[in-house]
Design a protein around this ligand. Sequence first.
Ligand code: MN
Length: 203
Amino acid sequence: MAFSLPDLPYAFDALEPHIDEQTMRIHHGKHHAAYVSKVNDAVKGTEHENKSIEDLLRGIDQVPDDIRTTVRNNGGGHANHSLFWQIMSPDGGGEPSGALGDEIDRVFGSFSDFRDQFKSAATGQFGSGWAWLGLDENGKLHAHSTPNQDSPLMQGHTPILGVDVWEHAYYLKYQNKRPDYVDAWWNVVNWREVEKRFEQARG
Ligand code: MN
């Protein structure tokens, strides 16, 4: 099969109390697993089944019409969640340092200003979607949101941090209180991983 569900790099209950164990089990084992299964079914027997998920999404316009929407939604879901698990950690929280910390200060004014903008992107996304920090097509750091499972890779961007604001990511613990979930989520952000992705993306 083209793509597989990655293991979490920590236990299902490791992000408690900020993200609860039951949410993590369902989110990874049911939602993410379903995206993997559906994108695999879509690309099976095509030239696209041997591509990386990143190349598949960057080249979404080359995917045939009859499977493009399925690949967009489920391939996007696979890529987005694969990043999401990696940029969280039970040892997370705090602030970015090094080159990323400097660039956030330069672009957004301060880490606090960045958090405000990112939270606005997350809470302002109507319905399901994601908020992102990443490099745009010109290599400039920016915060933005995408609807559904649309991946920034499809826009020629490189995401380095993302928060899932689908209700399945928070409803069991936070119900309708998406802003409270985003506030708590900062406590599990793995800035060392985000810094690494920034440095790789910047080249
Ligand atoms: Mn999700």
